[in-house]
Unconditional design. Structure first.
Length: 409
């Protein structure tokens, strides 16, 4: 499968080059270096470990598609994205070796929680606003999103704490009005970390990340307790909170309004989603062909709306292939969680898989107008160093958790 990823990447790069009637040999050489590193990483983990053999090729296939689309949409950013891919692979290898004894991380749950909140606090204090969200930190020529890395620490904290309080969540509940919750003394740290996280994300107006954290927390509580009422109660709280945000934050109101009726202002506030719908519709079954579409009409097409470009130029079949790759990646992740040898591993891997799946659903749902726009990135495909490196770290944790060989690949 790794050979298939390499052929797809080389073929896509050549197609984009030939469309410009010239071949950039430096670019091909850089791609060759990346492919060699792919095989080196794959050989190393296959030789020294016994983890899931499909996780890495599936992620690299998505990365290959991302690199092709970045070269097509924003050629000047291609080498930057390729560099982030190289750094992401290094981060993946470091994470795999660091997390081989994942169970030991449970002892540092409060440190993980503080680090996660600290990263979000850093964005709230030192962050700058880009695209309506104050979730970026700029250090000289480098800018990154702390929320992309905070998710890893928050999920580790949630997994460790919920593992300790599993029986309490399941049996020791008390009624508070219409709601049923465990006694506050058992859940205070959980609600403190989660509440601080939500407040910071709302203050930063990064409501896409807030929705991801909320959904992941709710799903992990359900995994730990098996109580569906927690999900229902959480959904009621979400509806109430979303209603308040709709009236308090103009940024949220605009996104909801253009989701409900983008044709009310197709040349203004809804321009982005309208152009996305036109692009997806014009792609048809087979697409217009790579480099033969007009995705440049969509603002920020290389980040939030890269899936619209895929739908236009690669058509329904190309978009379906991307969705199938995500489904296979999530299937392998959830399979690792089901076969995990401990409750902590199960919740950690399950939480990471849920976060990855929710992020994919939110961005593709937003591009297709199935859901309101949230401003999150498409994992492994969208342009962005923070997202790419954090997702490779996430992949490293998943691979490390699969190593004991609880199932045959």
């Amino acid at each position: 499968m790794l050979l298939l990823c390499s052929l797809i990447l080389i073929n896509g790069i050549l197609v984009v080059n030939l469309a410009k009637a010239q071949i950039d040999y430096w670019l091909l050489a850089a791609v060759g270096v990346l492919i060699v590193l792919w095989f080196a990483v794959h050989y190393n983990i296959r030789r020294t470990m016994q983890g899931d053999v499909l996780l890495v090729p599936l992620a690299l296939l998505l990365s290959a598609i991302g690199l092709i689309m970045i070269l097509r949409l924003k050629p000047n950013l291609f080498f930057t994205q390729l560099t982030w891919n190289l750094l992401g692979l290094i981060a993946f290898m470091a994470t795999v070796h660091f997390c081989r004894k994942l169970e030991q991380l449970a002892d540092y749950k409060y440190l993980a929680g503080v680090l996660g909140v600290g990263l979000l606090l850093a964005a709230a204090i030192f962050g700058v606003e880009i695209g309506g969200n104050k979730n970026w930190i700029i250090l000289g020529p480098v800018r990154f999103q702390p929320a992309e890395f905070a998710k890893l620490f928050i999920i580790l904290f949630l997994a460790a704490y919920l593992t300790e309080r599993r029986e309490v969540l399941t049996y020791a509940t008390r009624k508070y009005g219409l709601f049923m919750f465990p006694h506050l003394r058992f859940t205070a740290p959980l609600f403190a970390i989660w509440g601080i996280t939500m407040v910071m994300l709302v203050l930063q107006r990064d409501l896409g990340s807030a929705l991801l954290y909320f959904g992941t927390t709710l799903a992990m509580i359900y995994l730990a307790s098996g109580r569906i009422r927690y999900v229902l109660q959480g959904m009621l709280l979400f509806i109430a909170g979303a209603s308040v945000c709709y009236f308090l934050f103009p940024h949220v109101k605009v996104r909801v309004d253009i989701w409900l009726n983008p044709w009310s202002d197709p040349s203004g506030k809804a321009y982005q989603i309208v152009q996305s719908l036109f692009a997806m519709g014009s792609g048809g079954v087979l697409g217009s062909g790579l480099t033969y579409g007009f995705p440049g009409f969509i603002p920020e097409v290389h980040t939030d709306f890269v899936f619209a470009a895929i739908g236009e130029e690669l058509g329904f079949l190309g978009a379906a292939a991307v969705l199938l790759t995500y489904m296979l990646l999530l299937y392998r992740a959830f399979r690792i969680a089901i076969c995990a040898q401990s409750a902590f591993q199960q919740l950690t891997v399950g939480g990471l898989a849920i976060f990855l799946g929710l992020q994919t659903l939110l961005i593709i749902g937003g591009v297709t107008k199935f859901l309101p726009l949230t401003g999150v990135t498409l994992p492994f495909i969208s342009y962005g160093g923070s997202s790419l490196i954090s997702n490779f770290i996430l992949l490293g944790i998943l691979f490390a958790a699969s190593e004991p060989g609880a199932y045959d690949a």
